[in-house]
Design a protein around this ligand. Structure first.
Ligand SMILES: C[S@@+](CC[C@H](N)C(=O)[O-])C[C@H]1O[C@@H](n2cnc3c(N)ncnc32)[C@H](O)[C@@H]1O
Length: 305
């Protein structure tokens, strides 16, 4: 009878290897090492996809009808095989979940129907895809580095229809001086990329925004972190050194301390203001990240184009 209460082979193995007889001898660090990682579900050293999907799933449970409506209008989101979850019969990945939240934030401040958009540093083009799928965008210009621009051109060609794709313009950074001509834009978008450019480059882009744009949406970190436990510095120490040197906000902070993040927000709002004639119309945290902030700036009355 007693046999039925015995450890399974699974737990025999855990007891041999990790929750051993010696496990209780010294409690130092046990909640963050293999002892607890075999008791809890959340071993952070091996569960990347589990955490990503858990995060997306939890966020999906919190989306409102308007967020789901925005996501539902974006077709071909499965191109490129994203990591998705399914909630109430609807699938979503973190990129487009964030895009839906970003659009909801922007559209409260800026009328996007008929708008001419400029995006600086578009990645593969998720924001462009989301905007063109949800609003009657007049034109969408992407400024980016050569290789990333090739990726966004190929991706957007695959996911957009001919009419939408015809509204796009792709500009390599080397061609900005000539390719933009006299173009003016109702909104400039920068998500998670000014933080990866040199401070001088960011200053030059903010000047360009000041000269050519009517509104500016920015979502970027409020500062930097050094905690190696976060990512194991897997891209190498060189990557860490470069990351710390880039962006206008290079102050190191505890990015998971809400008060430290709140204290960094005024500097964020000042650093990304394109010029004297601009005010911040709205700002809030860039969900889900504890240390990302987002803001929409508009020109003050007399300065409107
Ligand atoms: C981390 S990705 C963010 C992509 C996208 N905004 C998103 O949130 O999914 C950074 C982007 O900035 C671009 N980038 C880096 N340096 C740049 C520069 N000097 N000028 C324009 N784009 C740049 C990269 O090519 C990439 O598209």
């Amino acid at each position: 009878m007693a046999k039925s209460f015995q450890a399974s082979r699974q737990w025999e193995r855990i007891s041999e290897l990790w929750v051993t007889e010696e496990a209780a001898a010294d409690l130092t660090g046990f909640k963050s090492d293999r002892r607890n990682f075999n008791l809890a579900l959340w071993d952070p050293t091996t569960n990347g996809v589990r955490y990503l999907r858990a995060l997306v799933y939890e966020l999906a449970t919190r989306l409102g009808d308007e967020d789901w409506a925005r996501i539902g209008k974006i077709h071909n989101r499965d191109v490129g095989d994203p990591v998705t979850v399914r909630h109430e019969g609807r699938t979503v990945c973190l990129d487009y979940l964030q895009a839906a939240l970003e659009l909801g934030f922007i559209e409260r401040e800026v009328n996007l129907d008929g708008a001419r958009i400029l995006e600086i540093g578009a990645g593969y083009g998720r924001t462009c895809h989301a905007m063109l799928s949800n609003y009657d965008i007049a034109s969408y210009c992407i400024i980016d580095l050569k290789n990333t621009l090739s990726l966004s051109r190929a991706y957007l060609r695959a996911v957009l229809d001919d009419k939408q794709f015809a509204r796009l313009k792709f500009v390599q950074v080397d061609d900005i001086g000539t390719a933009l001509g006299q173009d003016r834009f109702d909104l400039c978008v920068n998500v998670h990329s000014f933080t990866e450019m040199t401070p001088d480059t960011v200053t030059a882009y903010l000047r360009l925004i000041d000269e050519r744009c009517g509104a500016f949406f920015v979502k970027n970190p409020v500062g930097k972190y050094r905690d190696k436990a976060m990512d194991g510095h897997t891209k190498g120490e060189e990557a860490v050194r470069l990351a710390l040197a880039n962006g206008p906000l290079r102050q190191v902070l505890d990015i998971h301390d809400s008060q430290a993040v709140a204290a960094a927000v005024p500097a964020f709002l000042e650093a990304y203001r394109p010029g004297a004639g601009w005010t911040c119309a709205a700002d809030t945290r860039g969900v889900p990240w504890s240390y990302f902030w987002q803001a929409v700036y508009t020109r003050t009355g007399a300065d409107r184009p």
